[in-house]
Design a protein around this ligand. Structure first.
Ligand SMILES: [Zn+2]
Ligand SMILES: [Zn+2]
Length: 240
Protein backbone atom coordinates (compact mmCIF):
# COMPACT_ATOMS: atom_id res chain seq x y z
CA UNK A 1 0.00 0.00 0.00
CA UNK A 2 1.47 3.34 -0.95
CA UNK A 3 0.23 6.64 0.36
CA UNK A 4 0.85 10.37 0.09
CA UNK A 5 4.07 11.48 -1.50
CA UNK A 6 5.27 7.93 -2.11
CA UNK A 7 2.38 7.26 -4.41
CA UNK A 8 3.31 6.61 -8.02
CA UNK A 9 1.33 8.29 -10.76
CA UNK A 10 1.10 7.24 -14.35
CA UNK A 11 1.85 10.74 -15.62
CA UNK A 12 3.85 13.28 -13.62
CA UNK A 13 3.51 13.59 -9.85
CA UNK A 14 -0.25 14.00 -9.43
CA UNK A 15 -3.45 12.38 -10.68
CA UNK A 16 -3.99 12.98 -14.39
CA UNK A 17 -7.48 14.46 -13.80
CA UNK A 18 -5.80 17.37 -11.96
CA UNK A 19 -3.19 17.83 -14.65
CA UNK A 20 -5.95 17.81 -17.28
CA UNK A 21 -7.64 20.83 -15.65
CA UNK A 22 -4.28 22.59 -15.45
CA UNK A 23 -3.83 22.04 -19.19
CA UNK A 24 -7.14 23.85 -19.85
CA UNK A 25 -5.83 26.74 -17.71
CA UNK A 26 -2.54 26.63 -19.58
CA UNK A 27 -4.37 26.80 -22.92
CA UNK A 28 -5.90 30.16 -21.96
CA UNK A 29 -8.80 28.88 -19.89
CA UNK A 30 -10.73 27.26 -22.73
CA UNK A 31 -9.92 24.27 -24.95
CA UNK A 32 -11.42 21.39 -26.91
CA UNK A 33 -10.79 17.74 -26.04
CA UNK A 34 -8.49 17.51 -29.03
CA UNK A 35 -6.38 20.48 -27.93
CA UNK A 36 -6.02 19.13 -24.39
CA UNK A 37 -5.22 15.69 -25.75
CA UNK A 38 -2.42 16.85 -28.02
CA UNK A 39 -0.99 19.03 -25.24
CA UNK A 40 -0.84 15.99 -22.92
CA UNK A 41 0.76 13.87 -25.65
CA UNK A 42 3.52 16.46 -25.98
CA UNK A 43 3.94 16.55 -22.17
CA UNK A 44 4.04 12.78 -21.73
CA UNK A 45 5.25 10.78 -24.75
CA UNK A 46 3.72 7.60 -23.25
CA UNK A 47 0.35 9.33 -22.65
CA UNK A 48 -2.67 7.23 -23.47
CA UNK A 49 -5.44 8.17 -21.07
CA UNK A 50 -9.08 9.07 -21.68
CA UNK A 51 -8.85 12.87 -21.95
CA UNK A 52 -12.60 13.24 -22.40
CA UNK A 53 -13.29 11.40 -19.13
CA UNK A 54 -10.67 13.40 -17.29
CA UNK A 55 -12.35 16.60 -18.45
CA UNK A 56 -15.93 15.45 -17.83
CA UNK A 57 -15.26 14.27 -14.25
CA UNK A 58 -14.40 17.92 -13.43
CA UNK A 59 -17.18 19.61 -15.42
CA UNK A 60 -20.09 21.10 -13.48
CA UNK A 61 -22.57 20.95 -16.38
CA UNK A 62 -21.89 17.46 -17.71
CA UNK A 63 -23.37 14.09 -16.88
CA UNK A 64 -20.53 12.77 -14.75
CA UNK A 65 -22.25 10.45 -12.33
CA UNK A 66 -20.26 7.30 -13.11
CA UNK A 67 -17.63 8.57 -10.70
CA UNK A 68 -18.35 8.05 -7.01
CA UNK A 69 -17.15 11.54 -6.12
CA UNK A 70 -19.98 12.87 -8.29
CA UNK A 71 -22.63 10.73 -6.64
CA UNK A 72 -22.65 13.10 -3.72
CA UNK A 73 -25.14 15.97 -3.56
CA UNK A 74 -23.43 19.33 -3.54
CA UNK A 75 -23.56 22.85 -4.94
CA UNK A 76 -20.58 24.40 -6.65
CA UNK A 77 -20.69 27.29 -4.18
CA UNK A 78 -20.08 24.86 -1.32
CA UNK A 79 -16.34 25.51 -1.42
CA UNK A 80 -15.68 23.49 1.73
CA UNK A 81 -17.26 20.34 0.31
CA UNK A 82 -14.85 17.42 0.25
CA UNK A 83 -15.41 16.96 -3.47
CA UNK A 84 -15.38 20.64 -4.40
CA UNK A 85 -12.01 20.01 -6.07
CA UNK A 86 -13.91 18.26 -8.88
CA UNK A 87 -15.96 21.36 -9.74
CA UNK A 88 -13.42 22.91 -12.03
CA UNK A 89 -14.70 23.17 -15.60
CA UNK A 90 -17.71 24.32 -17.59
CA UNK A 91 -18.67 22.96 -21.01
CA UNK A 92 -19.82 25.38 -23.70
CA UNK A 93 -20.45 23.60 -27.01
CA UNK A 94 -17.37 21.46 -27.55
CA UNK A 95 -15.13 23.76 -25.51
CA UNK A 96 -14.23 23.16 -21.88
CA UNK A 97 -13.72 26.42 -19.97
CA UNK A 98 -12.30 27.04 -16.53
CA UNK A 99 -15.43 27.21 -14.34
CA UNK A 100 -16.19 30.60 -12.79
CA UNK A 101 -19.33 30.95 -10.67
CA UNK A 102 -19.70 34.64 -11.55
CA UNK A 103 -19.82 33.79 -15.26
CA UNK A 104 -21.34 30.31 -15.36
CA UNK A 105 -23.65 30.49 -12.36
CA UNK A 106 -23.97 28.03 -9.50
CA UNK A 107 -24.63 24.37 -10.34
CA UNK A 108 -25.59 21.40 -8.26
CA UNK A 109 -25.45 17.63 -8.31
CA UNK A 110 -28.62 15.99 -7.08
CA UNK A 111 -30.48 12.70 -7.21
CA UNK A 112 -33.84 12.67 -9.01
CA UNK A 113 -36.87 10.67 -7.88
CA UNK A 114 -35.67 7.58 -9.74
CA UNK A 115 -32.35 7.83 -7.93
CA UNK A 116 -30.47 9.00 -11.00
CA UNK A 117 -27.69 11.52 -10.42
CA UNK A 118 -28.30 14.72 -12.37
CA UNK A 119 -26.94 18.24 -12.58
CA UNK A 120 -28.75 21.54 -12.90
CA UNK A 121 -28.19 25.22 -12.63
CA UNK A 122 -29.21 26.47 -9.22
CA UNK A 123 -31.36 29.54 -8.99
CA UNK A 124 -30.34 32.46 -6.85
CA UNK A 125 -32.23 33.00 -3.60
CA UNK A 126 -34.13 35.87 -5.22
CA UNK A 127 -35.11 33.80 -8.30
CA UNK A 128 -36.36 31.07 -5.96
CA UNK A 129 -38.42 33.57 -4.01
CA UNK A 130 -39.95 34.89 -7.26
CA UNK A 131 -40.84 31.32 -8.31
CA UNK A 132 -42.52 30.68 -4.97
CA UNK A 133 -44.37 33.99 -5.14
CA UNK A 134 -45.60 33.15 -8.67
CA UNK A 135 -47.16 29.92 -7.43
CA UNK A 136 -49.49 31.76 -5.04
CA UNK A 137 -52.87 33.04 -6.16
CA UNK A 138 -53.30 36.71 -6.84
CA UNK A 139 -55.38 37.14 -3.69
CA UNK A 140 -52.80 35.35 -1.56
CA UNK A 141 -50.13 37.69 -2.90
CA UNK A 142 -52.33 40.72 -2.22
CA UNK A 143 -52.76 39.62 1.39
CA UNK A 144 -49.00 39.30 1.83
CA UNK A 145 -48.33 42.62 0.10
CA UNK A 146 -50.62 44.36 2.58
CA UNK A 147 -48.26 43.38 5.38
CA UNK A 148 -44.99 43.99 3.50
CA UNK A 149 -43.12 47.23 3.99
CA UNK A 150 -43.12 49.43 0.90
CA UNK A 151 -39.76 50.90 1.76
CA UNK A 152 -37.09 48.60 0.34
CA UNK A 153 -34.31 47.58 2.65
CA UNK A 154 -30.97 49.02 1.61
CA UNK A 155 -28.04 46.62 1.60
CA UNK A 156 -24.40 47.01 0.63
CA UNK A 157 -22.85 44.56 -1.83
CA UNK A 158 -19.33 44.33 -3.14
CA UNK A 159 -18.80 43.60 -6.81
CA UNK A 160 -15.68 42.92 -8.82
CA UNK A 161 -15.64 44.59 -12.22
CA UNK A 162 -13.04 45.00 -14.95
CA UNK A 163 -11.76 48.49 -15.58
CA UNK A 164 -12.60 49.13 -19.24
CA UNK A 165 -11.02 51.49 -21.70
CA UNK A 166 -13.18 54.55 -22.51
CA UNK A 167 -11.31 54.77 -25.87
CA UNK A 168 -12.62 51.35 -26.91
CA UNK A 169 -16.20 52.33 -26.01
CA UNK A 170 -15.94 55.69 -27.81
CA UNK A 171 -14.43 54.14 -30.95
CA UNK A 172 -16.97 51.31 -31.15
CA UNK A 173 -19.90 53.69 -30.64
CA UNK A 174 -18.54 55.93 -33.38
CA UNK A 175 -18.33 52.98 -35.79
CA UNK A 176 -21.82 51.77 -34.91
CA UNK A 177 -23.18 55.17 -35.92
CA UNK A 178 -26.37 54.81 -33.90
CA UNK A 179 -27.27 51.29 -35.10
CA UNK A 180 -27.01 47.98 -33.26
CA UNK A 181 -24.15 46.08 -34.87
CA UNK A 182 -26.04 42.79 -34.49
CA UNK A 183 -29.67 43.38 -35.57
CA UNK A 184 -28.77 46.59 -37.50
CA UNK A 185 -31.75 48.43 -36.04
CA UNK A 186 -31.58 52.00 -34.82
CA UNK A 187 -30.77 52.53 -31.15
CA UNK A 188 -34.11 52.40 -29.27
CA UNK A 189 -33.86 55.95 -27.93
CA UNK A 190 -31.62 58.95 -27.62
CA UNK A 191 -29.97 59.74 -24.31
CA UNK A 192 -30.53 63.07 -22.60
CA UNK A 193 -27.48 64.43 -24.40
CA UNK A 194 -28.99 63.49 -27.77
CA UNK A 195 -26.64 60.56 -28.51
CA UNK A 196 -28.10 57.11 -29.39
CA UNK A 197 -28.34 54.57 -26.57
CA UNK A 198 -26.25 51.48 -27.37
CA UNK A 199 -24.22 49.20 -25.11
CA UNK A 200 -20.67 48.07 -25.82
CA UNK A 201 -20.25 44.33 -25.24
CA UNK A 202 -17.09 42.19 -25.38
CA UNK A 203 -17.53 39.25 -27.77
CA UNK A 204 -15.02 37.10 -25.89
CA UNK A 205 -15.98 38.06 -22.34
CA UNK A 206 -13.33 39.83 -20.30
CA UNK A 207 -13.97 37.27 -17.55
CA UNK A 208 -12.99 34.55 -20.05
CA UNK A 209 -9.76 36.35 -20.85
CA UNK A 210 -11.11 38.38 -23.80
CA UNK A 211 -9.27 41.55 -24.82
CA UNK A 212 -10.57 45.01 -24.05
CA UNK A 213 -10.03 45.99 -27.67
CA UNK A 214 -12.06 47.53 -30.49
CA UNK A 215 -11.81 44.23 -32.44
CA UNK A 216 -13.31 42.29 -29.52
CA UNK A 217 -16.08 44.80 -28.85
CA UNK A 218 -19.47 45.32 -30.45
CA UNK A 219 -22.18 47.95 -29.96
CA UNK A 220 -25.55 46.36 -29.21
CA UNK A 221 -29.08 47.50 -28.61
CA UNK A 222 -30.37 46.52 -25.13
CA UNK A 223 -32.44 43.63 -26.55
CA UNK A 224 -29.54 42.04 -28.40
CA UNK A 225 -27.28 42.61 -25.41
CA UNK A 226 -29.68 40.84 -23.04
CA UNK A 227 -30.10 38.02 -25.53
CA UNK A 228 -26.33 37.48 -25.66
CA UNK A 229 -26.21 37.19 -21.87
CA UNK A 230 -29.46 35.34 -21.14
CA UNK A 231 -30.49 33.65 -24.38
CA UNK A 232 -28.68 32.41 -27.44
CA UNK A 233 -27.21 34.89 -29.89
CA UNK A 234 -23.95 34.30 -31.72
CA UNK A 235 -21.87 37.38 -32.49
CA UNK A 236 -19.17 37.92 -35.05
CA UNK A 237 -16.44 40.49 -34.69
CA UNK A 238 -17.14 43.34 -37.09
CA UNK A 239 -14.90 46.11 -35.76
CA UNK A 240 -11.67 44.90 -37.36
ZN1 LIG B 1 -29.83 44.69 -31.71
ZN1 LIG C 1 -22.19 42.22 -22.45
Amino acid sequence: MTTGTNRAFKYGNQPIRITTVQVVEELGGAATIKQVDSFLRRMYPHYRDNTRSNLVINTVNCNRSHWDCNKVARRTDDTNHRYHQYDRLFKRGNVFEVYQPSVHGVWELYQDQQGKWCYRKVKSEFEKAVDAASKLSSSERKEILKTESKTPELIVVTTRVYKRSPYVVAEVLLRANGKCQSCKRDAPFLKEDGTPFLEVHHIEWLSNGGDDSVENAIALCPNCHRQVHYGVLALVSINK
